[in-house]
Ligand binder design. Sequence first.
Ligand code: FES
Length: 90
Amino acid sequence: MNDSLILICRCEDVTLEEIKEAFNKGFKDIESLRRHLNIGTGPCQGKTCIPLLEKTLAQLSGKNEIETISTRPPESPVPFGVFIKRGKKE
Ligand code: FES
């Protein structure tokens, strides 16, 4: 399958092809890829894509283990209206 069709981060629309290109440019760890591609910064905060990114980085670098980062997924979904109400002056 074409790497440009494989979505690793569906929140930020990052494909496997983009990750491979960034890796070849020198972005070889999760944090630098996260900053460069915004992977893991979408609504799920990496809950879905960071494990896929770890696996991809392990394959690309030939390592068995990749240093991971801590993710901060929301404990439960929060409607945007909650934040709007808090921001309004009464
Ligand atoms: S899938 Fe990457 S941040 Fe949600």
